[in-house]
Design a binder for this molecule. Structure first.
Ligand SMILES: Cc1cc2nc3c(=O)[nH]c(=O)nc-3n(C[C@H](O)[C@H](O)[C@H](O)COP(=O)(O)O)c2cc1C
Ligand code: SF4
Length: 504
């Protein structure tokens, strides 16, 4: 199902001059990734259709584009907003997307941050969060004349294995269970770093308090984040953990159920969503035989022969962890619907241990590896999994698909097809929104894109924060290329990548 040959010679998307050429390249890869001939303008486009059958906070979502959550590295050290954060949210408002899914991961407590400048959702930062919402709604209103169909959620997170709350280069991990591969990779050496059952009740309270703050400052929903190897995602694969939060499907999903019942017991009626890594893959590393200093080779799987059956991932075939298995993911979506959760945003894997799988790119981040497959294979994989889950999930559970940015020129053409044919309800855009937030507005208003603004998956928005710098689209957004950090990033890239290892 998933093959990983040595790094392929990539056919660059801009060299494919027509939709027919794109389709013929896709056919040569042996994948199914349909692409319409033209970008449709105006209200007839499938992408311009509102969601009719589900309301979030009483509102219909006005079109089929969602801005995906993207972590900030540019808040204050106490998790408050800054001008850089405000600018990003202004641009989200100007994008034309009618679903702002999460904005960016916000830590429910200070020690759960993934970086020392991540936002924290607490009482002290309430006024700043209200200002973010107001800014986003005002800019959207100015540009598009109305916000009755604009829906905003906050993404609530605890970073678990990837916590770096005090120093950009020092992990302070708290994990759900000991992992035979990731522990070595991310410096976990003691059982004291594993959450005890008794520590979980206060964590659930933190989520309940965060949901109250989100409601008070006017968010339409909260996303209880379960993706990318962060804490609640890790609990979904806690097969080997003893006690009431490990082992069975019921135990591995207990935290979600306790958070939802805690939010409801507190009298908070805010709508609920979940971002889920619906399937995973063993961790990858650069092939040492094909790597040299500063030049990582193609990605290959870490040796997993000593950990079979593979009880260390969610949505993985336990006897062959290079394949996915959606059995648990299907149950998880049914559970979400039973709990009254209204949106599930589907992603895959983790940017820390298999980035090619999670965010397909032509150019790897500094701690990554050359793509072991054509990135279109990764895009198609996520689209096809969402299609399969859409076919089985309850209809009133909205699904958002991820990993579309690598499609570049052909993003609207593919998006039109998948929405028109009901493969997903909404198209989520991550990196493309950093580079070119107006892509949707251009597609719908002009029927064409501004070629020079298109995200080319250079990965600088990942390489910069991996090296302690703020994130942003340095190559294409002049706001970032004018900053001193751009010069520093250039030096780091020239010297061959990551300044200090992630577990230093
Ligand atoms: C700089 C950056 C930060 C991200 N931060 C988050 C995050 O906070 N929460 C999350 O769920 N996903 C995060 N992601 C993943 C994106 O939401 C998205 O799934 C991924 O980039 C693939 O979509 P794309 O191909 O449209 O970029 C981040 C991605 C990037 C590039
Ligand atoms: S830095 Fe810009 S062009 Fe590169 S991946 Fe990020 S958003 Fe895309």
């Amino acid at each position: 199902m998933i093959s990983h040959p040595a790094s392929p010679r990539l056919v660059r998307i801009p060299t494919l001059k027509t939709a027919a050429e794109f389709r013929s390249h896709v056919a040569s890869l042996g994948i199914e990734l349909p692409c319409e001939d033209d970008i449709m303008r105006g209200p007839g486009s499938p992408l311009a259709q509102p969601i009719q059958h589900v309301r979030i906070n009483g509102k219909q979502i006005g079109n089929r584009f969602a801005v995906q959550p993207m972590e900030g590295w540019d808040g204050t050290t106490t998790g408050g907003i800054t001008d850089d954060v405000l600018r990003r949210w202004e641009r989200f408002g100007q994008s034309g997307a009618k679903l702002i899914f999460g904005g960016e991961a916000m830590a429910v407590r200070p020690d759960g941050r993934a970086n020392p400048h991540q936002l924290i959702i607490n009482d002290a930062n309430k006024a700043g969060l209200a200002k973010l919402r107001e800014t986003l709604f005002n800019t959207h209103d100015e540009r598009f004349g109305g916000t009755d169909d604009l829906v905003l959620g906050f993404q609530l997170t605890h970073s678990g294995r990837f916590c770096k709350p005090t120093d950009n280069f020092r992990l302070e991990p708290r994990v759900a269970y000991r992992h035979p591969i990731l522990d070595r990779k991310f410096g976990i050496s003691s059982d004291a770093q594993v959450w005890t059952d008794d520590e979980i009740a206060p964590l659930i309270d933190d989520y309940v308090k965060a949901a109250r703050i989100a409601c008070d400052v006017g968010a339409d929903f909260v996303d209880i984040k379960h993706c990318h190897g962060y804490l609640l995602h890790e609990f979904l694969s806690a097969f080997t953990r003893p006690g009431k939060y490990g082992g069975s499907f019921e135990n591995r999903t207990r935290i979600l159920r306790e958070i939802v019942s805690g939010i409801r017991a507190s009298g908070n009626k805010i709508d609920l969503a979940v971002r889920l890594s619906a399937f995973d893959l063993v961790p990858f590393k650069p092939d040492p035989l094909l790597s040299s200093l500063g030049k990582p080779g193609p990605g290959i799987p870490e040796d997993f022969s000593h950990c079979l059956p593979y009880d260390y991932g969610f949505g993985i075939n336990r006897s062959n962890p290079l394949e996915y298995d959606l059995t648990d993911s299907i149950h998880f979506l049914e559970l979400c619907a039973e709990l009254g959760i209204k949106i599930v945003n589907l992603s895959a894997g983790s940017p820390y241990y298999n980035p090619h799988f999670q965010r397909p790119a032509a150019y790897p981040p500094s701690d990554g590896y050359l793509p072991p497959e054509d990135p279109l294979v990764g895009v198609a994989r996520q689209i096809q999994v969402v299609r399969r889950l859409r076919a089985t999930a309850p209809k009133d559970l909205l699904l958002v698909g991820s990993a579309y940015s690598y499609l570049q020129e052909y993003l609207p053409h593919v998006a039109q097809y998948v929405v028109r044919n009901g493969w997903t309800d909404l198209i989520g855009l991550g990196r493309m929104t950093l580079a070119y937030p107006e892509l949707l507005a251009d597609a719908l208003e002009k029927g064409s894109l501004s070629v020079k603004s298109i995200c080319r998956t250079f990965s600088d928005c990942t390489t910069a924060p991996r090296n302690g710098l703020i994130s942003g689209c340095y190559p294409l957004d002049k706001y970032y290329s004018a900053k001193p950090e751009f010069q520093e990033l250039k030096k780091i890239k020239k010297s061959g990548g990551t300044k200090r290892t992630v577990d230093a």
